[in-house]
Design a protein around this ligand. Structure first.
Ligand SMILES: Nc1ncnc2c1ncn2[C@@H]1O[C@H](COP(=O)(O)OP(=O)(O)OP(=O)(O)O)[C@@H](O)[C@H]1O
Length: 296
């Protein structure tokens, strides 16, 4: 196990910011840490990195205490807004980090190539876009091939192509055995790119499971979106006891275990129906279900 948290509790005065949080991250696993603003995500990351202590509970990072030599050597961290010296070039900034970690500066260019910054490597960081600065941060995090990678909202402010490229690099790292914990507000993107989801709500862990299992447990309603033949939406809606959305679309909401029966009802309408789409609950729906205590 690369990361093990058990009963981790943190208080600031009377305010309990983390309340008995516990989960694991295995080698090669990509875990998303989701939660509203102030849910405790950054606090948890700071505890994992050994920057602040937990009041109660235990944390094991690569089998060692957070902040210990073993934990620090094997862990890389990318803060949400990584700050770099604007007058340094990407290459100079990376050489600086390599020296700090006692590594050879000859690795700077291969690392910059890996994150797609080879052509900009000799330009000052002050001229980089946000996405390019985020890539410098990722190159820094890749020094020494970390066994645990902790990323605080790594893709906020990145365009869709940069996001995809960013996740491709994370996928490669995970395939090599790096454990990845990343916080995010971008629910739809973590849906496709992570193996497990942990949801914090006001410092309490309200979910820790694969998305497929969370979907099953939430058993939220499914929407069947039916396209009726021209002019027949009212008739279709009436026959199915469903709601008409506009001139041709009819919305039918049902439980997951009713889906097949309802599809049978739709198909029995024959030529009155042109098409049907099945819309499962989105990650946003599931997230909101568990955040409101639906998992309890
Ligand atoms: N040093 C501190 N002193 C007092 N309260 C703090 C301190 N650091 C964080 N908090 C409080 O702890 C709670 C959790 O904050 P944290 O930054 O961990 O949330 P977050 O989930 O990362 O939020 P965001 O998504 O906005 O980054 C907040 O209510 C915050 O005000």
């Amino acid at each position: 196990m690369c990361l093990t948290l058990s009963q981790v509790t943190k208080r600031y005065g009377n305010h309990t910011v983390l309340d008995a949080v516990g989960f694991d991250v295995r080698a090669g696993e990509r875990v998303a840490l989701l939660g509203h603003n102030g849910a405790g995500k950054s606090t948890l990351m700071k505890i994992i990195l050994g920057l602040i202590p937990a009041d109660l509970g235990s944390v094991s990072v690569l089998g060692a205490a957070p902040g210990s030599q073993t934990a620090r050597t094997g862990t890389a961290y990318l803060p949400e807004n990584a700050a770099f010296h604007p007058a340094l070039t990407g290459q100079e900034q990376l050489c600086h980090y390599l020296r700090l970690r006692g590594a050879s500066t000859s690795q700077a260019m291969p690392l910059l190539e890996r994150v797609g910054l080879e052509t900009a490597a000799r330009r000052r960081i002050g001229t980089y876009s946000k996405g390019m600065r985020q890539r410098v941060g990722l190159a820094q995090a890749l020094i020494g091939t970390p066994r645990l990678l902790v990323l605080d909202e790594p893709t906020s402010g990145l365009d869709p192509v940069s996001r995809r490229e960013f996740y491709t690099i994370l996928d490669e790292l995970a395939a090599q055995g790096t454990a990845i914990l990343l916080s995010s507000h971008a629910l739809t993107e973590v849906e496709a790119r992570t193996d497990r989801i942990v949801i914090l709500s006001s410092g309490v862990m309200v979910a820790n499971d694969t998305l497929a299992n969370l979907r099953r447990r939430a058993s939220l309603p499914i929407r069947l979106q039916i396209s009726a033949q021209n002019g027949k939406a009212d008739e279709v809606a009436r026959k199915l006891s469903a709601g008409r959305r506009n001139g041709v679309m009819v919305d039918l909401v049902c439980r997951s275990d009713e889906k097949l029966a309802r599809l049978g009802d739709i198909s029995a309408l024959g030529s009155l129906v042109d098409d049907v789409d099945i819309i499962p609950p989105s990650l946003e729906d599931i997230y909101s279900h568990f955040s409101k205590g639906g998992g309890a």
